[in-house]
Design a protein around this ligand. Structure first.
Ligand SMILES: [Zn+2]
Length: 425
């Protein structure tokens, strides 16, 4: 391998020595925190130690001073500088693939493909102009739906439609690829309680445009499903103040899911499509691993008497956004999240992990999905699905068997909480 030094040493460059004794120089600003220098250069804090005039210092707390001599040493031998250069997190001449400057380029999709021949990954990329990108996303979507047989011939599905970017993109993609999908009909279900007026009208507009039979669920209908004593909005406020933000987003999602299940059942539909896209599913898998709650799937999952499908699984949020921008820029809007949507640290951790994973390991989501599918389908984890006595929505608490949490068979998690707060009749 070629030994590469990109920068001339001067007083504001810090030497990084890797385990092959190659030297790289990192820029530092006087008085800058070392943690920030390392983070800015994508050097994981746990991959290095920092010495000042030969002595190890606390790289989380200490600041850089041009008077001293510093050296960053890697604690493990792997090709971090090469890899960071390959990912373009570092701009060095280690990897200088010829870059075709193309004024029309709209998006480049990158993949590290696993080569079973030599057991290693191979880095690939394809660049699209706007028109090719639209065709590519539509193919990707239709292939993803067919390969995992998410929709059967002549099926009637319900579509949970919030009117936000994800469900709109799902509406457009289902419509724009219908020639290459099995034939199906759609009942769209919108729970207006959690949407802005604009989203509610987008949802209705899309439904009309694509000939869906549309249900706009009013707040009193939501109240009836859950037997709320007070308006849904006030229930959410109470959950938010008496518990915390993590509960509040979970509550909003549980209410929406419960209502969509309820009205699907009323219409005799047992397949429900949700607008979860690639990173949402990565996040759900990661979270399920970290906290030990089951997430089956990942492309579709049995859910009591329902089957939930995630047709957007192959497409990232960025790709959805670019797709809408290319075909209907007037619908490509996403307001700030509502106060119930903000979530807590929990949400930030998993989304940053998911985004970081695909940044440093392009295309890894597909491998994660396939691996997860093998694990959950082949290992045949059986789960006991129950129906909540209050809201009728589906839940399972199989994973709580050995927690010391009180397990009540009759109510879903949300209704247990609401009952405790005396909010349901
Ligand atoms: Zn319930």
């Amino acid at each position: 391998m070629k030994k590469t030094v990109d920068y001339k040493k001067n007083s504001n460059k810090i030497l990084l020595k890797d385990r092959l004794d190659r030297k790289f120089y990192i820029e530092a600003k006087p008085n800058e925190l070392f943690s920030s220098i390392l983070n800015r250069n994508h050097i994981p804090l746990d991959a290095v130690i920092v010495r000042r005039n030969g002595e190890v210092i606390d790289d989380w707390l200490m600041r850089y001073s041009p008077k001293d001599n510093y050296i960053i040493e890697m604690v493990r031998a792997y090709h971090l500088p090469d890899f960071l250069s390959l990912l373009r997190l570092w701009d060095t001449n280690i990897y200088q693939q010829p870059i075709k400057a193309d004024d029309q380029a709209y998006y480049t999709r990158r993949h590290f493909l696993h080569d079973s021949q030599n057991g290693d990954y191979k880095s690939t990329q394809s660049t699209f102009n706007k028109q090719d990108f639209v065709a590519y996303i539509e193919n990707l979507f239709a292939d993803g739906v067919k390969r995992e047989t998410l929709i059967d011939e002549n099926e009637h599905i319900s579509l949970a439609i919030s009117g936000g970017r994800d469900s709109l993109a799902l509406g457009y993609l289902l419509n724009n690829t219908k020639e290459s999908l099995p034939s199906f009909s759609v009942t769209s279900i919108h729970v207006s309680t959690f949407s802005k007026e604009k989203e509610t009208s987008f949802a209705a507009e899309i439904a009309q445009k694509f000939g869906y039979s549309h249900r706009n669920i009013s707040d009193s209908e939501v109240r009836n499903v859950f037997n709320f004593k007070i308006p849904t909005y006030e229930v959410m406020e109470k959950v938010k103040y008496d518990y915390n933000k993590a509960y509040s987003i979970g509550t909003a999602h549980a209410i929406m899911r419960g209502v969509v299940e309820y009205y699907s059942k009323v219409n005799g539909i047992n397949k429900i499509a949700f607008g979860l896209m690639c990173e949402d599913i990565v996040t759900s898998i990661l979270k399920s691993k970290f906290i030990g709650s089951p997430f089956l799937g990942p492309f579709k999952r049995k859910w009591g008497e329902f089957e939930l499908i995630y047709p957007l699984w192959s497409i990232t949020k960025k790709e959805l956004t670019l797709y809408l921008e290319a075909i209907v820029p007037e619908h490509n809007t996403q307001g700030s999240p509502t106060q119930f949507d903000r979530g807590a640290l929990d949400r930030d951790i998993y989304y940053l992990l998911a985004d970081t994973l695909t940044t440093i390991f392009p295309g890894s989501a597909y491998q994660l999905f396939k691996g997860h599918q093998k694990e959950t389908e082949y290992h045949n984890i059986s789960l006991d699905y129950k129906q909540c006595e209050n809201c009728q929505s589906t839940f399972n608490d199989s994973y709580k068997v050995d927690s010391n949490m009180h397990v009540d068979d009759s109510l879903c998690d949300l209704c247990k909480l609401l009952e405790k707060m005396n909010l349901i009749k």
